[in-house]
Design a protein around this ligand. Structure first.
Ligand SMILES: [Zn+2]
Length: 237
């Protein structure tokens, strides 16, 4: 079989242009057509495309914080995250934080790292309740009230929150940290709501408030206690 010089050049040209003409920059796979390459989906590409999602950002921040605090390493880049074997676990954590309305994701992450909790246990209700119990003791009374107001205005019945919210909602909010024990121990409206709610809700609230600690805190900080009363119950004559 005789091939002319011209034919050889043409053949070489087509070979050069077909396989591997387009390479996916994420998985390095070769594609004949640009369209197919652009349309294909691979794990790495997906990880990069989700880079700016808030859940991904939460997972990445936790990954970065974990390496900085427990490994003493310098800040991580997103590329390190995409290539990490822990990517999926941290993403799961970021999603969980948003779905569970974690009140302060960075504070919760730092708490988990300090407790040396295993990564697979980070998205856990049990740990989160312990964290909240601890966190509410350390924040200022102003921040505690501010957070309650931020959430309560979204209910659409802020003015009558304590009269209208169900015992289940109040119990959820106390457990999740949206309602600080400051309010429960200082507000008469909150206490009236406790008396009227189903006992299972009352029990849940009682279980997540360290009564001795908070009773003592109220006695030692009368100004803070008065501030809560004034803000939640209003001034009475
Ligand atoms: Zn790819």
């Amino acid at each position: 079989m005789n091939i002319s010089a011209e034919e050889l050049v043409a053949l070489a040209g087509t070979i050069k242009n077909t396989p591997g003409a387009y390479k996916c920059e994420y998985c390095k796979k070769d594609f004949k057509r640009e369209g197919t390459m652009l349309a294909h989906s691979c794990e790495k590409k997906r990880r990069w495309q989700q880079k700016d999602d808030k859940e991904t950002l939460a997972g990445f921040s936790a990954f970065d914080l974990f390496y900085r605090i427990s490994m003493g390493s310098k800040g991580k880049e997103y590329k390190d995250f995409v290539d990490s074997q822990y990517y999926t676990a941290f993403i799961k954590y970021g999603n969980w934080c948003y779905n569970s309305h974690v009140i302060d994701i960075e504070a919760y992450t730092r708490w988990l790292i300090n407790k040396e909790a295993k990564l697979r246990d980070w998205p856990s209700e049990r740990f989160y309740l312990l964290f909240v119990k601890d966190f509410v003791k350390r924040e200022s009374v102003e921040r505690a009230l501010e957070r309650f107001v931020e959430h309560a205005v979204n209910t659409g019945y802020f003015e009558q929150f304590w009269e209208r919210a169900s015992g289940y909602l109040i119990a959820d909010w106390v457990e999740g940290g949206k309602i600080s024990p400051w309010i429960i121990i200082c507000s008469e409206r909150a206490q009236a709501a406790l008396v009227n709610m189903p006992s299972e809700c009352f029990d849940r609230i009682a279980n997540c408030i360290d009564a001795d600690y908070w009773g003592n805190k109220r006695t030692m900080n009368p100004k803070d206690a008065y501030f809560v009363e004034e803000m939640i119950d209003g001034t009475r004559f």
